[in-house]
Design a protein around this ligand. Sequence first.
Ligand code: FES
Length: 107
Amino acid sequence: MSDEFVAVARLSQLPEGGTLRVRVDDNPVLLANVEGTVYACDDTCTHEDSSLYLGCLKGALISCTLHGSRFDVRTGEPQDPPASEPLATYAVRIEGEEILVSRTPRR
Ligand code: FES
């Protein structure tokens, strides 16, 4: 079960530069299309309970609307305080038009 992938969206729902909030099992996961590559990370900011989907994606950085921390969606690493803990990231697989996300975080 650990490396199982689940279909969460279609590529047509996620244009380049766009984001999408999906659920993997019961966890909210953020999908981001950075220059044609889809990345997946936790949608909930590691500082407080705020959805990153509400923020703005610039390049590979998603900003939190609550206190302004930005996270690199490719690695989950915070770029600015007050957040200091990284987001969990997930492997993504594309099969035809389907976007699949691993059920297991990378770390
Ligand atoms: S809740 Fe995201 S930076 Fe504070």
